[in-house]
Design a protein around this ligand. Structure first.
Ligand code: ADP
Ligand code: MG
Length: 637
């Protein structure tokens, strides 16, 4: 008889295997702890990280806290306060599996201090890699503080998979941003060893500005920036008890990757392929390929119609009726976005205010530039109309027209001229416009029509069949130069520079391996390097755009990045940044007087590159005023 081959695993091994399903890096610890705090009705959550969370993660909340008895139970696997009855299929809290704290305690050193509001003291417990201590009374504020130290300290196989401190921290930041979008009524703070990294204050509910909509606006601006709020539109749709709402970017405002797409289902942030696919469907043929919209989309659905218990990390869900969900998301996005490609009422409203105020301002005309009511092309949300619409895009000429080169002009001269025009008290603001009522056949089929003239040495006015355009020459041209720089990268015509003396950069072996894995892809960007002994690389060629970069920093970030995202997005971002700066220097300046032919070349160039309807900074580079709107302004309609 042979000895039995099967043996029961020791319980600490079982624990660690189970833990691996939930906890794989600092960000997943943070996710579980923040979800617990939210389930405990916290109004404010403060997080601290040491070494990206590898050394320590601290989460402090002001929620319900736990009694001593519950504290002991909280560390037991499959112990939860969140399932009433046994129905795991209609869950209303974020947690419910009762395994996060047990898992964390199995692979780290864990300490929890907690106090319920009515108790005169709190309780503290600790667990060290699966070994639990007795609970002790302690003094602590109402709520719960969880400290997780030395994650995977005794689990080397898992520790080896952790990334650099910076990359782990970046993942936590990204996660906290996402979580902060789900709960606009909760304050989120994140600190590292040096500074406050994030501070998303929730407005005081007793004060004004506390409506759901106000709070959402404020939080979105905090998390995604005001540039996004200025370039986004509100989506809202409902069908059969299923609701979709949020803010989505205009097709002219996009990113190089999909990281800024946030879909929140019943308060749960997800990285769900199915849902992101539906978002893509909503933007189909409105967005250049390889570009991604910025989206904050909330989905509210009957909890019985969605299964959140698909995966231990709860990052994915399963819908009972997926095609219904997809259909509503796609049509909500599509209808909203198409609606905004049409004529804008905002501009005509602004214009009617501006025009009706103009006579009063006439006495002090020289300062009219500063009149707040003046129609300013920035901040309107209609940049993409006309030329962005598919019908017009289809009729566009191929991109063959050269970008007008800055011709020799005496800038000082031009500057004075421009001043003279705008300051002359009697001057008509349309001084330089020459009226020509008929559009020549040559221009009649051009979306941007015929250049009529230039005002204030920066705005080109053009007349099309449908109305008139005001084009910001600097913004438009800057975008054109920028895109042509990026195209050269994409078409593999990147200008590169061979370094006379190869640059040696020392890196850890791990980072070098990762970079070498992506060597070919990086070479496409013009970055050529070789391994150089065990702890260094030599760089022999660099993209000219980046010749002034600090290479040790660049290569280290790239090594992190290729692991974090499996691509060199970071390089692309850097290239984009540099391209953008160069474009600004190369572009037509505002203040330069343009000849008629030059204006028309600019118009044709913009037409063949629809993306130039928005400048690199997300502002529109031209605006359109329809003939019908003009007629409305004069009371003819
Ligand atoms: P789950 O969240 O799935 O129930 P956890 O292991 O994350 O499982 O937590 C176990 C239990 O501990 C929870 O059900 C809850 O009762 C309690 N708990 C955990 N964190 C907190 C907290 N921050 N505040 C109050 N109670 C908490
Ligand atoms: Mg939990």
């Amino acid at each position: 008889m042979t000895a039995s081959k099967i043996r029961r695993l020791p319980s600490f091994v079982v624990e660690r295997i189970a833990a691996g399903e939930v906890i794989d890096r600092p960000a997943s610890v943070v996710k579980e702890l923040v979800e617990n705090a939210l389930d405990a009705h916290a109004r404010s959550i403060t997080l601290r990280l040491l070494r990206g969370g590898k050394q320590a993660i601290e989460v402090i909340d002001d929620g319900d806290g736990m009694s001593g008895g519950d504290l002991v139970l909280s560390l037991e696997r499959h112990a939860t306060s969140k399932l009433e009855g046994d129905d795991v299929f209609s869950v209303r809290t974020l947690g419910f599996r009762g395994e996060a704290l047990a898992s964390i305690g199995a692979v780290a050193s864990l300490q929890i201090d907690t106090r319920r509001e009515k108790s005169d003291h709190g309780w503290s417990i600790s667990m060290d890699y699966g070994v639990c201590d007795d609970i002790k009374p302690c003094s602590t504020a109402k709520g719960t503080r969880v400290l997780v130290e030395s994650l995977f300290g005794k689990v080397p196989a898992r520790k080896a998979f952790l990334r650099s401190d910076g990359a782990e921290k970046a993942a936590v930041i990204e996660l906290v941003r996402r979580l902060a979008l789900t709960r606009t009524d909760v304050t989120f703070r994140l600190e590292d060893e040096k500074r406050k990294v994030l501070n998303f204050e929730a407005p005081d509910p007793t004060l004004e500005g506390g409506s759901d909509e106000d709070r959402l606006q404020k939080r979105i601006a905090q998390v995604l920036g005001t540039e996004f709020t200025e370039n986004s539109v509100t989506v809202s749709a409902e069908r059969e008890g299923f609701r979709v709402w949020g803010k989505v970017s205009l097709p002219t405002y996009h990113r190089a990757n999909g990281m800024a797409q946030h879909v929140i289902v019943n308060g749960r942030v997800l990285r769900d392929r199915f849902l992101l696919g539906a978002v893509r469907g909503g933007y189909a043929d409105l967005l250049a390929s390889g570009r991604f919209p910025v989206v904050v989309l909330f989905v509210a659905i009957d909890p019985d119609a969605v299964d959140v218990n698909v995966h231990p990390t709860k990052n994915e869900v399963r819908f009972r009726d997926p095609s219904h969900v997809r259909g509503l998301i796609v049509s909500a996005l599509r209808d909203t976005l198409r609606g905004h490609l049409g004529t804008s009422t905002t501009l005509s409203e602004r214009l009617s205010t501006a025009f009706s105020q103009a006579p009063m301002a006439r006495g002090s005309f020289s300062s009219s530039r500063h009149t707040p009511a003046a129609p300013h092309p920035r901040r309107t949300s209609i940049s993409s109309q006309g030329i962005g619409s598919k019908a017009l895009r289809d009729s566009l000429a191929p991109p063959s027209v050269p970008i007008p080169e800055t011709t020799k002009t005496n800038d000082a001269q031009v500057g004075e001229d421009a001043q003279a025009i705008s300051l002359a008290p009697e001057a008509d603001p349309t001084t330089q416009m020459t009226a020509q009522p008929v559009i020549d056949a040559e221009f009649s089929d051009k979306p941007l029509g015929r250049a009529v003239g230039q005002v204030h040495s920066n705005y080109v006015i053009s007349e099309s069949k449908e109305g008139l355009y005001i084009i910001d020459q600097h913004a438009a041209h800057e975008r054109l130069v920028y895109e042509s720089l990026l195209r050269s990268i994409k078409d593999n015509k990147v200008e590169r520079q061979i370094l006379l003396v190869p640059e040696v950069v020392s890196l850890d072996a791990d980072a070098i391996d990762r970079l070498l894995e992506h060597k070919e892809m990086l070479a496409q960007f013009g970055l050529v390097f070789e391994a150089f002994g065990p702890g260094a690389i030599t760089i022999s060629e660099v993209p000219s755009l980046l010749r002034k970069a600090r290479f040790s920093e660049l290569m280290r970030d790239l090594a992190d990045e290729v692991q974090a995202q499996g691509s060199a997005d970071l390089l692309e971002k850097r290239v984009n940044e540099v391209a953008s700066r160069m474009a600004c220097h190369r572009a037509l300046r505002s203040g330069r007087l343009l000849k008629h032919e030059e204006m028309n070349v600019l118009l044709r160039e913009i037409e063949s590159h629809p993306e130039s309807s928005q400048c690199n900074h997300g502002r529109p580079s031209y605006v359109f005023l329809g003939l019908d709107e003009i007629e409305k302004l004069f009371g003819r309609r």
